[in-house]
Write a protein that binds this ligand. Sequence first.
Ligand code: HEC
Length: 119
Amino acid sequence: MKIHTALITIMLGLSAVSAGAKDVEYGKQLYEANCSQCHGMEGDGYGVNAEDMDVMPKDHTDTEEMISRTDADLFKAIKFGGKAVNKSVLMPNWDKNMNDDEIHAVVAYLRVLCCSNEE
Ligand code: HEC
């Protein structure tokens, strides 16, 4: 499953097509496991931890804001944390917990979340 997803990611990278459904589904699982406690199960920024935080977690369903970020911006924020993109350190870095393929899958899911009506 993991190898399969990695292959799809590589193939997509080479042909520069938008992410496949498998990637998105995998990204969603990773998001629900790792990100939802702050960003919310629906990705709207209202996770259970959010009310105690000085800076609100990003609302990933905010289309207007999210289309202003490139995939590379999102990747960088996730991999190296908020500080790497001049955002709050409350956004943790995930480079110790996720590999690049997994982060790409999460970015693919964020794109569906923010900017598409498909689930
Ligand atoms: C401990 C709480 C917490 C967790 C867990 C968390 N985030 Fe965040 N995240 C934040 C906060 C707070 C911000 C807002 C930082 C700011 O605006 O200064 C943020 C911002 C972001 C941004 C930057 C958005 C922008 O404005 O460009 C991205 C992308 C992001 N988070 C993705 C994720 C992903 C994907 C995960 C799971 C792998 C995750 N976050 C897990 C708290 C969290």
